[in-house]
Design a protein around this ligand. Sequence first.
Ligand SMILES: NCc1[nH]cc(CCC(=O)O)c1CC(=O)O
Length: 304
Amino acid sequence: MNKVIRIGTRDSELALWQAKTVQAALQKLGHQTQLVPVKSTGDLNLDVPLYEMGITGIFTKTLDIAMLTGKVDIAVHSMKDVPTALPKGIVEAAVLKRANTKDILIHKGTEFLEAEGTIATGSLRRKSQWLNRYPNHKVVDLRGNVNTRMQKLEDNDWNGAIFAAAGLERIEIKPENFIDLDWMIPAPAQGAMLVVALEKDEFTRTAIGALNHHQTDLEVHVEREFLRTLEGGCTAPIGALAKIDNDDILHFKGALFSLDGSQKIEIEKRIAVDRVAEFGKFCAEEILAKGGAELMKQIKEVLN
Ligand SMILES: NCc1[nH]cc(CCC(=O)O)c1CC(=O)O
């Protein structure tokens, strides 16, 4: 059997870049492909409510629906935007080799760092970590796709804004005036791309499976298991980074923060790659035991 693999993508520059990268990789393997930009879900009439289908992610919802209604065969996502529980009928088909995992600060001069200043981010994880390190600073909300956020930074008098290096590097808009935030723990799966497909579509799953990068796959699954064990369905300030070294040792760093950044519960551990099963869960349980359970309860009271 052979068929054209229809690749669903949102229409931001970053989403298109990611979808085209997967398209090029599939074509190199001899597959026929087609890009299908998917705009909004507004005109769709579904007979089952979204929550019953297990559809939750704000970034992934549109493409989930396009796939479940047979309009596309696969969807390409920034893996960090994908909820840890996928909708019924949708499965991970491949995790691509990871790019830069770092958060970076795009700034207009770094003098403010040791004094007072205002930085912008829409991420609770970035906000809480920034305030933990710079309690005298102010953090303002910043939303939109990366191009929009970059423009808003230019248009406002903030001292800087935080971005994932990977996003800016992919679409080649990373400016000169940045610093790597090596101390900031990235979002679980930051810098990785995930291709999802329908569980029942074996042809497509096999085709896409050839793109899987085993090491990245192992790393991000430890990070996401850590997240899933901690979060319980809420978007708390949680960071996680797993990295496998040349000796097949996985190094893990994870943390949970209070929303105002005043509390930080962190963990740093390593384990042999052949023993990573349940390691993310194990690390999360240690965080929960070290005060994380109480902190999660407080966070949920504020957010829900
Ligand atoms: N939440 C938005 C988002 N989702 C994925 C990326 C960039 C690519 C990545 O982090 O994997 C970004 C932009 C950002 O966080 O600055």
